[in-house]
Design a protein around this ligand. Structure first.
Ligand code: SAM
Length: 259
């Protein structure tokens, strides 16, 4: 039997926190980059954001919960018939090959938090994905949008800055959702100008941040030649006691080229 929206019980295992605050939904739509790209929504849930998105452009949606899939198919009968919306029922991570869809797209979604970082990293590597506008846990958004010098600046911020620009659109309190999550959330936007592709650069970042409060020199010297490192630091005018979060994205790329 098909449920109705009132009888839906949120499933914790799928990270279901439904966004109910209409002002936040409107802010997401207003922040969308203006272009002709397809829209991809991961986790449409009860369809609150989907309603806004199908009014803007056609939407490809991915929903893992089969109960919600059936509900969406009934709520959006007309949009599906007129091809404004296509729903893929299943795990988006399983469906994701090198590209999630075969045309340029913008990812716009209130993501399931338990796999949000993984989804964003996949979208950054996906050549068809052009922009990412997503709601995630505030702490995760701050990491992607951090700049050099901030305590939370690390691999995620450097990867985001290496492929484009990242900015927080709005912070969102737990009261905007039903059920309410335990943490604060934020919507942020990454506008891509390149794709994440350099695995060796990211391997270097992993070494650079193994012990974030230690010096960058100490972390890097676990894997790289110390004499070469000293020469590289001097060339880039980096003091030898600098901490990993104090070095700019540009300097990380220079350092990578040298070592
Ligand atoms: N977009 C809705 C909203 O804003 O109210 C729901 C957002 S809720 C935070 C996350 C949604 O992602 C849920 O509908 C959940 O079932 C779905 N989801 C969780 N894991 C998923 C996966 N692996 N693939 C596709 N959808 C998933």
């Amino acid at each position: 039997m098909l449920m109705n929206i009132e009888s839906v019980v949120a499933k914790k295992k799928f990270g279901q926190n439904f966004l109910k605050d209409q002002s936040v939904l409107r802010k997401i739509v207003e922040a969308m980059p203006k272009n002709e790209n397809k829209l991809v929504e991961i986790g449409p849930g009860l369809g609150d954001l989907t309603k806004f998105l199908v009014d803007v452009r056609s939407v490809e949606a991915f929903e893992v919960d089969t109960d919600l899939c059936k509900l969406l198919q009934s709520t959006f009968k007309e949009e599906i018939a007129t091809k404004r919306l296509h729903i893929n029922c299943g795990d988006v991570l399983q469906a994701w090959q090198s590209s999630l869809v075969d045309e340029p797209y913008d990812l716009v979604a209130n993501l399931p938090y338990y796999i949000a970082t993984n989804i964003i990293l996949k979208a950054l590597a996906d050549p068809m994905c052009k922009n990412i506008l997503v709601m995630v846990q505030l702490e995760v958004a701050e990491k992607f949008c951090a700049t050099a010098g901030e305590k939370v600046f690390g691999s995620l911020g450097i990867i985001a800055q290496s492929v484009g620009t990242a900015e927080i659109v709005t912070k969102v309190p737990p009261t905007a959702f039903d059920p309410q999550p335990k943490v604060d959330s934020a919507v942020f936007l990454i506008q891509k100008t390149a794709d994440r592709s350099d695995k060796e650069f990211e391997d270097m970042l992993r070494v650079a941040f193994t012990q974030p409060r230690k010096t960058l020199m100490k972390n890097l010297s676990q894997k790289y030649d110390k004499t070469l490192l000293k020469e590289a630091f001097d060339k880039l005018e980096l003091i030898h006691t600098i901490r990993p979060h104090q070095v700019s994205t540009q300097d990380y790329h220079q350092l990578y080229k040298i070592i």
